[in-house]
Unconditional design. Structure first.
Length: 77
């Protein structure tokens, strides 16, 4: 964006484009962490009640960790 476009964006939105990108990045990561904690807690409940075996529980944890690492790398690099 050139200087005129940035000024127009800031005048209409009240925030800079980089500020908007930061807010959206934080929202995506917060949503991922919230979803991940829900998924892991639900999987742990299933494992504790013996509806899931240990391999399935670890699969949920590993998938979440992989998603978190990939998304963090893509959004923060």
């Amino acid at each position: 964006m050139n200087a005129a476009q940035i000024a127009a964006y800031q005048a209409n939105g009240g925030i800079t484009p980089s500020g908007t990108a930061t807010v959206l990045t934080c929202a995506v990561i917060a949503t991922l962490l919230l979803w991940g904690s829900w998924a892991i807690r639900t999987a742990y409940s299933g494992w504790a009640e013996q509806r899931l075996n240990q391999r399935q529980f670890l699969g949920v944890v590993i998938r979440f960790t992989a998603m978190y690492l990939a998304l963090t790398y893509l959004l923060l690099s």
